[in-house]
Design a protein around this ligand. Structure first.
Ligand SMILES: [Zn+2]
Ligand SMILES: [Zn+2]
Length: 107
Protein backbone atom coordinates (compact mmCIF):
# COMPACT_ATOMS: atom_id res chain seq x y z
CA UNK A 1 0.00 0.00 0.00
CA UNK A 2 1.16 3.55 -0.50
CA UNK A 3 1.33 6.12 2.27
CA UNK A 4 1.79 9.14 0.07
CA UNK A 5 2.13 9.85 -3.63
CA UNK A 6 3.63 12.78 -5.45
CA UNK A 7 1.00 15.47 -5.77
CA UNK A 8 -0.71 18.15 -3.76
CA UNK A 9 0.60 18.14 -0.23
CA UNK A 10 3.36 15.63 -0.85
CA UNK A 11 6.80 15.83 -2.40
CA UNK A 12 7.47 12.21 -1.51
CA UNK A 13 6.16 8.91 -2.78
CA UNK A 14 6.27 6.45 0.10
CA UNK A 15 4.92 2.94 0.05
CA UNK A 16 5.35 -0.48 1.57
CA UNK A 17 7.25 -2.54 -0.94
CA UNK A 18 6.21 -6.18 -1.35
CA UNK A 19 9.85 -7.15 -0.72
CA UNK A 20 9.61 -6.11 2.92
CA UNK A 21 10.64 -2.51 3.37
CA UNK A 22 9.31 1.02 3.05
CA UNK A 23 10.42 2.72 -0.12
CA UNK A 24 10.88 6.44 -0.67
CA UNK A 25 10.36 6.08 -4.39
CA UNK A 26 12.17 8.52 -6.64
CA UNK A 27 13.77 10.07 -3.57
CA UNK A 28 15.23 13.46 -4.29
CA UNK A 29 17.67 13.26 -1.37
CA UNK A 30 19.74 10.33 -2.51
CA UNK A 31 19.82 6.87 -3.93
CA UNK A 32 18.96 4.93 -0.77
CA UNK A 33 15.27 4.32 -1.24
CA UNK A 34 14.69 1.39 1.09
CA UNK A 35 14.08 1.77 4.82
CA UNK A 36 13.86 -1.21 7.09
CA UNK A 37 12.23 0.04 10.28
CA UNK A 38 9.66 2.66 11.30
CA UNK A 39 12.45 4.73 12.88
CA UNK A 40 14.46 4.60 9.64
CA UNK A 41 11.69 5.87 7.42
CA UNK A 42 10.57 8.55 9.88
CA UNK A 43 14.18 9.78 10.27
CA UNK A 44 14.45 9.89 6.52
CA UNK A 45 11.19 11.78 6.07
CA UNK A 46 12.36 14.32 8.63
CA UNK A 47 15.32 14.96 6.33
CA UNK A 48 12.82 15.77 3.60
CA UNK A 49 11.03 18.15 5.94
CA UNK A 50 14.36 19.77 6.84
CA UNK A 51 15.04 20.21 3.13
CA UNK A 52 11.78 22.12 2.79
CA UNK A 53 9.81 19.35 1.10
CA UNK A 54 6.13 18.73 1.74
CA UNK A 55 5.63 15.54 3.73
CA UNK A 56 2.16 14.69 5.10
CA UNK A 57 2.34 14.96 8.90
CA UNK A 58 0.86 11.53 9.52
CA UNK A 59 3.87 9.94 7.83
CA UNK A 60 6.11 11.23 10.63
CA UNK A 61 4.48 8.92 13.16
CA UNK A 62 6.34 5.65 13.63
CA UNK A 63 3.10 3.99 14.74
CA UNK A 64 1.77 4.40 11.21
CA UNK A 65 3.96 1.61 9.87
CA UNK A 66 2.84 -1.88 10.93
CA UNK A 67 5.37 -4.68 11.49
CA UNK A 68 4.17 -6.53 8.39
CA UNK A 69 5.53 -3.69 6.24
CA UNK A 70 8.94 -5.05 7.13
CA UNK A 71 8.16 -8.64 6.28
CA UNK A 72 8.76 -9.68 2.69
CA UNK A 73 5.73 -10.89 0.78
CA UNK A 74 6.19 -14.54 -0.07
CA UNK A 75 5.73 -15.38 -3.71
CA UNK A 76 4.21 -18.73 -2.84
CA UNK A 77 1.07 -17.38 -1.19
CA UNK A 78 1.42 -13.65 -1.85
CA UNK A 79 1.11 -13.03 1.86
CA UNK A 80 3.09 -11.05 4.42
CA UNK A 81 2.46 -13.31 7.36
CA UNK A 82 4.76 -16.08 8.34
CA UNK A 83 1.89 -18.44 9.03
CA UNK A 84 3.62 -21.76 9.22
CA UNK A 85 3.92 -22.44 5.50
CA UNK A 86 6.96 -22.69 3.25
CA UNK A 87 6.91 -19.17 1.81
CA UNK A 88 10.10 -17.12 2.03
CA UNK A 89 9.46 -13.88 3.92
CA UNK A 90 13.01 -12.60 3.98
CA UNK A 91 13.13 -8.94 2.95
CA UNK A 92 14.97 -8.57 -0.34
CA UNK A 93 16.63 -5.81 -2.24
CA UNK A 94 14.98 -4.61 -5.36
CA UNK A 95 16.86 -5.05 -8.62
CA UNK A 96 14.27 -3.14 -10.57
CA UNK A 97 15.00 -0.09 -8.44
CA UNK A 98 18.71 -0.53 -9.09
CA UNK A 99 17.94 -0.23 -12.79
CA UNK A 100 15.86 2.89 -12.26
CA UNK A 101 18.65 4.44 -10.20
CA UNK A 102 21.25 3.65 -12.82
CA UNK A 103 19.10 5.17 -15.51
CA UNK A 104 18.31 8.26 -13.45
CA UNK A 105 21.88 8.97 -12.42
CA UNK A 106 23.14 8.55 -16.00
CA UNK A 107 20.80 11.23 -17.35
ZN1 LIG B 1 13.40 10.23 0.39
ZN1 LIG C 1 3.55 -16.42 3.09
Amino acid sequence: MSYARFGSGSDVYVYAHVYGFIECCGCSLGDAWDFHSPADIVDHLREHVAAGHNVPDRLLDEALYPPEDFVGMCMVHMCRENAGHDGDHTPTNNERDEQIRTRTTSL
